[in-house]
Design a protein around this ligand. Structure first.
Ligand code: FE
Ligand code: FE
Length: 324
């Protein structure tokens, strides 16, 4: 099969602050500097852009010029609905005024998507949820989430929206915490233009088998995008893809191939202490190895092994294809 298109969240090339290194792990960068770094990665074709653009007041034209210079295209726009203003939630904020701000910010992001000809608005409602027992009325919170999302999707039928679920962080418990709950919500909204962006690491973190999560989302026609990284399973570490869970990563891509899912293979990594270009290169090198291994994998033999739930034979086939 032909080589996939590779992409990355532009934040991969930013620098980060956490609650300990409050002075940051590097000097702040502008989005233009991040785009320039992204351009240095081998075989990177698309980027997901945070919006508003970080590090300065940049016009869409400036960003487009910079992307063109690096041979990059915007695949998605991610409105920042998880910053201080939205610390008690975006679409689920108890203050209707703040919910309106979230709606307006996402609506502005829709115009940015149109202006860039990007594929989707990426929603990561990291603050929508709760922290403490008894803090929220669970029924009401979920209704606010679905009403807010449904309204946006209904108002912008020409666009696609993707929801990226994750169990927790920054909110102690996120509303869209898992593949099943997200699908349940999207099916209840019932609009064709909202799907899931499946983050491999979020599925791992949530105790899911990412391959199964992908199959479920595909079966409901809702797998609109994906990104990969790796973690130790107890947190969203956003490490370099393939470094910790290579076999599950391979199973994930195997499911995508078996279903003829043809989308961008995107990186969502946070190289706190690593060189960001090198970290992206290593991930893409590994993803290419996975792609080549899938070409070598004996699909018929694997199907027969799976028919019998023969774990040993299945894994011998996978090891042979991946490790030679
Ligand atoms: Fe992600
Ligand atoms: Fe994440």
């Amino acid at each position: 099969m032909s080589t996939p298109t590779f992409g990355a969240g532009i934040w991969h090339f930013a620098t980060y602050v956490d609650r300990y290194a409050t002075d940051g792990y590097g000097d702040p960068r502008t989005i233009l500097e991040a785009i320039e770094l992204a351009g240095k990665v081998n075989d990177l074709s698309v980027v997901d852009l945070n919006w508003p653009f970080f590090g300065g007041d940049f016009s869409n034209e400036q960003i487009k010029t910079s992307l063109d210079a690096q041979g990059l295209r915007a695949i998605g726009i991610t409105p920042e609905i998880y910053t201080r203003t939205f610390s008690k939630g975006a679409l689920t904020n108890p203050d209707p005024g703040v919910r309106r701000l979230a709606h307006d910010l996402i609506t502005e992001a829709c115009d940015v998507v149109r202006s860039f000809g990007a594929d989707y608005v990426k929603l990561w409602p990291g603050q929508d949820g709760w922290d403490y027992p008894f803090q929220v009325d669970h029924g009401k919170l979920w209704r606010l989430e679905l009403d807010g999302l449904g309204q946006l999707a209904g108002e912008n039928p020409d666009l696609k929206f993707v929801v990226e679920y994750k169990p927790r962080e920054p909110r102690v418990h996120m509303s869209f915490d898992s593949v099943s709950r997200t699908l349940l919500g999207l099916e209840q909204i019932g609009l064709p233009n909202i799907g899931i962006l499946l983050d491999f690491g979020h599925a791992l973190f949530g105790g899911e088998s990412p391959a199964d999560s992908a199959q479920l989302a595909i079966d409901y026609g809702r797998l609109f995008g994906m990104d990969v990284n790796d973690n130790m399973r107890s947190w969203d570490d956003d490490m370099i893809a393939g470094t910790v869970h290579p076999i599950e990563l391979m199973e994930f891509f195997h499911v995508l191939r078996r279903n003829n899912w043809e989308g961008v293979w995107q990186l969502d990594q946070f190289p706190f202490r690593e060189d960001s270009v090198d970290a992206a290169n290593l991930a893409i090198e590994f993803l290419k190895r996975v792609h080549a291994a899938l070409d070598r994998l004996d699909e018929d033999a694997l199907a027969a092994a799976q028919e019998a739930q023969d774990a040993v034979t299945a894994n011998r086939l996978v090891h042979g294809a991946l490790f030679g």
